[in-house]
Design a protein around this ligand. Structure first.
Ligand SMILES: Cc1cc2nc3c(=O)[nH]c(=O)nc-3n(C[C@H](O)[C@H](O)[C@H](O)COP(=O)(O)OP(=O)(O)OC[C@H]3O[C@@H](n4cnc5c(N)ncnc54)[C@H](O)[C@@H]3O)c2cc1C
Length: 440
């Protein structure tokens, strides 16, 4: 038997705009007393709920229990910008693509995950939160524009569809003349992340038992595993951990996971006259030409801006840090939308990304009947879904071929020693963000 005590559990501060604009959720079902199941899943983000849904399809008569430390959608799953991207897109990468064979494989796996999510959206009536709108890339500098044109060449080599856009196209779409060019790719789904993830959990409720506000504080693995929470425990012979960076809180993948936070602000509702002054289309999502730039989404009468990465090895941010970063959001917003003046932001938040130096996921069986799917390198709406569904296939033992593809990926590489990381990681992020210049 091995014992894994959680050295910390998540406690995300500040509500995300995506969560705040939804009606309040029903009362949380907290785990109290003992619950016996065939499967226990810890973590109900994209990976955990994909694993739960896939299990419910593969072994429909088994009892499946899921616990999350927080409300569904309160964590990163409901804090992200909602781009479910089909194409290769490495957050930390110097460019947008790698070898052709690798990219083709990634695209087909990403599309399988998007297809799995699409079938959930259909099954649970979530189509309005999951829209196949495609994404825009916007360049604000000549350097950014060159990167986008290289990206387009790469897409051409992969026989992927795209549309090359000039400054006037970008203004027509976004209302601003900030962007000197862009690229549109059609395969990205734009989600309302908190609504979508909450909708998945609601849809699964009839066949999966979901406990919220129930942090797993201790895990004992053995012939049957035991997951302990402050007021209860779940006993099950099979355990799936889908806690993203918190894998390390239980002692898994120690010194291999990079804990980075990124931040977003959402405006208040724009009035009709403000929307008329802005112009452009009512709904669009734009990714910056530089990976360290600002992501912008317009969702009807609101705009969301996301930028800034910070290295937080303690796996938490604070209201103070969120407020400091607010200034960067406001600057980026004003630069793009001068016609909106000093638009107040109604919601500001940050969320946890788990990255690895070699962009590899944490995936596989780490102990007898203990499975993990995490560290989705900031692209977890799709990768979390992908590895979540594949971990269920691995655990059940199906002949799904993508399982061997996932298993053939290397594990997350070791980080540099802690003192080097403490100095080097923030410095590197700062330098990369500075280099992004006007794209930031
Ligand atoms: C501002 C922002 C913008 C982003 N934009 C995008 C984007 O546009 N597209 C994209 O693909 N990704 C984006 N991301 C990243 C994306 O949100 C994550 O990659 C994704 O949520 C990871 O999914 P996951 O299921 O692996 O982990 P998570 O969503 O982090 O879910 C893990 C769950 O485990 C729970 N948990 C942890 N420890 C415990 C414990 N001890 N007991 C019980 N439960 C526990 C947590 O509460 C959490 O709900 C963004 C993130 C942020 C913060």
């Amino acid at each position: 038997m091995s014992v894994h005590k959680a050295v910390r559990t998540p406690a995300d501060v500040s509500v995300s705009g995506w969560y705040a604009v939804l009606p309040p959720p029903p009362k949380a079902q907290v785990l109290r007393g003992r619950y016996v199941a065939d499967w226990v899943i810890v973590g109900a983000g994209f990976a955990g709920l994909a694993a739960a849904r896939r299990l419910s399809q593969l072994v429909p008569n088994d009892r499946i229990a899921v616990v999350d430390a927080q409300r569904i959608g309160w964590g990163a799953a409901g804090r992200n910008s909602g781009f479910m991207i089909d194409l290769p897109h490495e957050l930390g990468g110097e460019n947008y693509g790698s070898s052709k064979a690798h990219d083709l494989k990634q695209i087909s796996m990403n599309r399988a995950a998007i297809g799995f999510s699409a079938s959930a959206a259909d099954e649970f009536g979530l189509q309005s939160y999951f829209v196949r709108a495609g994404k825009f890339h916007g360049a604000a500098t000549q350097h950014g524009l060159r990167s986008l044109r290289e990206f387009e060449t790469h897409l051409g080599g992969l026989a992927e569809n795209f549309r090359s856009l000039d400054a006037s196209d970008m203004k027509r779409i976004t209302g601003t003349d900030f962007f000197i060019g862009g690229t549109f790719t059609p395969g990205t789904v734009m989600a309302q992340p908190a609504a979508f993830i909450r909708g998945i959990a609601g849809g699964l409720a009839g066949r999966v038992k979901i406990f919220e506000n129930s942090p797993a504080t201790l895990i004992e693995t053995g012939a049957v595993h035991r997951v302990q929470t402050p007021e209860g425990e779940i006993i099950a012979p099979r355990l799936i951990l889908t806690v993203n960076g918190h894998l390390e809180s239980f002692g898994f993948f120690r010194k291999r996971l990079l804990h980075v936070f990124t931040y977003a602000s959402m405006t208040r509702s724009l009035s009709d006259s403000e929307q008329a002054a802005l112009g452009g289309q009512e709904h669009w999502g734009l990714i910056p030409a530089d990976p360290m730039g600002s992501t912008i989404r317009r969702i009807g009468d609101r705009i969301v801006v996301r930028n800034t990465f910070t290295y937080n090895p303690g796996m938490s941010t604070s209201k103070k840090q969120i407020n400091q970063i607010a200034r960067a959001h406001d600057r980026s917003f004003r630069a793009r939308f001068p016609m909106l003046g000093d638009m107040p932001m109604e919601f500001r938040w940050g969320g946890h990304l788990c990255l690895s130096i070699n962009s590899a996921p944490a995936f596989g069986e780490v102990d007898d009947r203990v499975y993990v799917a995490g560290c989705c390198n900031g692209l977890g709406t799709v990768k979390g879904t992908l590895y979540g569904m594949l971990i269920a296939d691995l655990a059940v033992g199906t002949d799904e071929p993508m399982v061997s593809d996932a298993l053939s990926e290397p594990p997350p590489s070791p980080l540099y020693p802690a003192p080097l990381m403490a100095i080097g990681a923030p410095l590197r992020l700062w330098a990369m963000q500075r280099r992004a210049g006007r794209e930031f």
